[in-house]
Design a protein around this ligand. Structure first.
Ligand code: PMT
Length: 419
């Protein structure tokens, strides 16, 4: 179940006799590599205690909308932003009615309103309640809004009835959930991603670097794999695990990164430069540790190659996506870089004090991006880097398809002219 690795699943448990089945679901989700946070409605606590789910998920269970302490630690808005997907299993008839009405009188429902992520629902109720016109109307309305229904299935029911209304098994829920993350839009393409900082040595113990953690680049690598691409990740020094099914090449300096990119670029269709590459390196790297004998020390620096600009200049067919980290005037600087580097797309993000006021950018799990391309732009609102990466990869896939069609048409025109 590769597509659930590192996914953040917010599991809502509602008042149904099938609430006990959520215990198995949590275990399976965690085995599949997902992080699980459980939100229980009041009704569900009549069937299972929060302690059971806390023990299985390894995290406190969220219960109350108006709990000051819980809201301060991780409130409904943070939980909505945290999730990559919301799964309600089991979902009672009452929960379907509440969701259909858009009410927010319990924590789970407030999260569903605040979140901008897929919502999957595994209903569980008595067959007559499921078949009732009111429930069926609610199901239709929710499905029209894009909610994914998983089940229910037919079979023996806890009340002694036999019929449709049983919650489907954990295996089925997991595989339907995983499908939500299988985009397939980059299938057959090779994507090269740079990520993290570079380190420019001053002497054997010191270097110049920056605050990049690699999280944005690694999330993009993950999303590109999900989208079906073959992914090569050239990474500066970070403390992140290599994502599944990604070929990672570790580098230290900008010159190392440049060499590694040159080695790989011939086989690449799309280049995404997320790395915060040092613009300058010391002219001389001292053989021995610099001694603190002087009161002032002047460092002479020289420019590193702009890797992104070099790729676009020397490998023109590669679809190039840059990043721009700016402390102000984002659009202006991003548009300038887009034009100067002659690239196909740029994703700009705020760094520095203004970014810290929201969720930060460097080393944060969250970000917001303003994406520009010749003749268009799109704002990707504040969300987890995992979610943003998926949105960005979907946009790249869309623009790349357009780019391929244009290139193909131009080639045809050229060959017609030369005939
Ligand atoms: O790693 P995180 O903690 O998750 O933080 C993410 C991030 C802030 C590092 C990331 O989102 C980001 O903005 N990366 C680009 C940072 C940057 O160096 O921007 P820039 O404006 O200096 O460079 C513009 C573009 O040229 C970038 O795509 C960069 O990779 C590329 N570049 C820059 C210099 C250079 N010598 N070679 C390059 O390829």
């Amino acid at each position: 179940m590769q597509h659930l690795t590192n996914k953040r699943v917010l599991l809502g448990v509602t008042g149904s006799i099938a609430a006990y089945k959520a215990a198995d679901l949590i275990r399976r989700l965690r085995e599949a590599g997902a992080e699980v946070r459980v939100v229980m409605t009041d009704g569900s606590k009549a069937f299972v205690t929060p302690l059971t789910f806390q023990a299985l998920s390894g995290l406190p269970v969220h219960e109350n909308l108006l709990d000051k302490e819980a809201e301060a630690a991780m409130g409904h808005i943070e939980l909505a932003r945290w999730a990559d997907v919301i799964l309600i299993a089991p979902a009672s008839a009452n929960s379907l009615a509440t969701l259909a009405q858009g009410r927010a009188d319990e924590l789970l429902y407030a999260i569903c309103l605040a979140a901008d992520v897929p919502l999957a629902i595994a209903p569980a109720m008595n067959k007559h309640m499921w078949a009732d016109q009111a429930t069926q109307d609610n199901v239709r309305l929710l499905a029209q809004r894009g909610v994914l229904f998983i089940g229910p299935e037919s079979g023996d029911q806890a009340c002694g009835d036999v019929g449709e209304g049983r919650m489907v098994d954990s295996e089925t829920i997991l595989s339907r959930l995983a499908e939500l993350f299988t985009v397939g839009s980059l299938s057959g393409q090779t994507v090269l991603i740079t990520a993290g900082p570079t380190r420019e040595a001053l002497d054997p113990v010191r270097y110049l670097s920056n605050h990049s953690s690699g999280k944005m680049g690694y999330a993009i690598a993950d999303a590109a794999v999900e989208a079906g691409a073959k992914v090569i990740l050239i990474s500066g020094p970070v403390s992140l695990e290599a994502p599944d099914r990604v070929t990672r090449i570790n580098v230290q300096s900008a010159a190392d990164m440049e060499a590694a990119v040159k080695e790989q670029i011939n086989q690449v269709d799309i280049f995404i430069a997320t790395a915060a590459v040092a613009d300058y390196r010391p002219v001389t790297v001292q053989q021995d540790k610099i001694k603190k004998t002087e009161t002032r020390l002047t460092l002479e620096l020289e420019k590193n190659t702009d890797i992104l600009a070099m790729v676009k200049a020397d490998y023109a067919k590669t679809f190039c996506v840059g990043f721009a980290a700016e402390t102000h005037d984002i659009e202006n600087y991003a548009q300038t870089k887009l034009k100067q580097k002659k690239i196909e797309m740029i994703a700009a993000n705020l760094v520095g004090a203004k970014a810290t006021k929201t969720a930060g950018t460097f080393n944060s799990d969250f970000n917001e991006l303003s994406v520009y391309w010749p003749g268009g732009n799109l704002k990707l609102e504040l969300a987890s880097k995992a979610k943003l990466a998926r949105q960005l990869v979907a946009l790249i896939a869309q623009r790349y398809t357009q780019y391929e069609i244009t290139a193909h048409n131009e080639n045809n025109v050229i060959s017609l002219k030369s005939n």
